[in-house]
Ligand binder design. Structure first.
Ligand code: PEP
Ligand code: MN
Length: 342
């Protein structure tokens, strides 16, 4: 349920209303929007509380929210969430590009790629140190050493960093080194991991499970938000369909739908979404045209020798740089800035 007041109601009065609500043993989350303040209420005890709120001075409307996720919904938080990480805003008026290899391999590899991501105008360096591989005999990542290598490269070249965390035990270690923690598609419903990330304040990029509905996806985000971490981005990375030509089917519709249902930033991953290098540029531009707040793109200096199978979907450095020039035009056409690219 949400209670709506005009934004002219004082903070003191809002606090009084919140105190009243909390007497019912439920939680109240206040979201101050441009022209109204929304108080989201989570918990039971609704019928009498709803009645009382309807009669209260300054409360304009009380609406029952039937969606199972609350904090992730736009009803609870009408304005877009903008996540500011060391001055880089995600979800605001800037397009954000995250680029880098599927996996961190060596210090030289990640340093060289970081340099190229920065030169091209990207703001975030991606790279997995812990890799969720479908088979147990495949390369599993270089672990904590990889986190160190990536943190150093990011710092040296002035980039934020994002890396995948696979288990609750590693959340704190990964957060020590990286600016953003990625939850992979295979872990979208790893509820222990989501709960642990809720206790952190490090921003999280949550990838959509490859067979998950929007509702399941937003409920997964809700776990992190309900734990107290408001810094969540949603990532569409392709879903499994009957089509086998592409690795996954990038669900472009997810971008506007998630933005209608939720206030969280939406990032598109055309690399895993297509699995084919020759499709990544087109689907990157299509994602921005569809309203994505950012992209996460695999790029490698030597994709043929990449240690994961994702070389086939990794852009060459010059392709990546040319793409970012084109993306600036698409971004501007949809009202986004991309200042890092001249
Ligand atoms: C990745 O980003 O390299 C990755 C493993 O992604 P996903 O979880 O989307 O497959
Ligand atoms: Mn990958």
């Amino acid at each position: 349920m949400i209670a709506i007041t005009s934004n002219t109601v004082s903070g003191e009065r809002i606090q009084e209303i919140v105190n009243h609500i909390e007497q019912f043993g439920v939680q109240a989350h206040v979201s101050k929007g441009m022209d109204r303040t929304v108080i989201g209420i989570i918990g039971k005890g609704e019928p009498t509380l709803a009645e009382q709120l309807r009669q209260m001075k300054d409360v304009e409307q009380v609406i029952k929210i039937s969606k199972s996720y609350k904090l992730a919904s736009r009803d609870f938080h009408p304005d877009n969430t903008v996540i500011n990480i060391k001055g880089v805003e995600i979800g605001g008026d800037q397009l954000v590009v995250m680029g880098g290899p599927c996996a961190v391999e060596t210090p030289e590899q990640i340093d060289e790629i970081a340099k190229l991501v920065k030169q091209a105008g990207g703001q975030v360096l991606r790279g997995g140190a812990f890799k969720p591989r479908t088979g147990p005999y495949s390369f599993q990542g270089v672990g904590v050493e990889g986190l160190e290598m990536m943190a150093e490269a990011g710092k040296k070249h002035g980039l934020l960093t994002i890396t995948e965390v696979m288990t609750p035990e590693y959340v704190n270690v990964c957060a020590e080194y990286a600016d953003i923690l990625q939850v992979g598609t295979r872990n979208m419903q790893n509820f222990d991991l989501l709960r642990k990330l809720g206790e952190s304040d490090t921003p999280v990029l949550l990838k959509r499970g490859f067979s998950s509905t929007y509702d399941e996806f937003l409920n997964a985000a809700e776990y992190i938000l309900a734990g107290g971490n408001p810094n969540v981005m949603l990532c569409e990375r392709g879903i499994r369909t009957f089509e086998t030509y592409t690795r996954n089917t990038l669900d472009l519709t997810a971008i506007p739908v998630l933005q209608q249902l939720s206030h969280l930033p939406v990032i598109s991953d055309p690399s895993h979404g297509t699995g084919r290098r020759e499709l990544v540029e087109t689907m990157s531009k299509a994602s921005v045209a569809a309203g994505a707040n950012g992209l996460i793109i695999e790029m490698h200096t030597d994709p043929d020798n990449s240690m994961t199978g994702d070389g086939v979907q990794s852009l060459f450095p010059d392709q990546f740089a040319n793409l970012l020039v084109d993306l600036k035009k698409v971004a501007e056409a949809v009202g986004l800035k991309f200042d890092a690219v001249k």
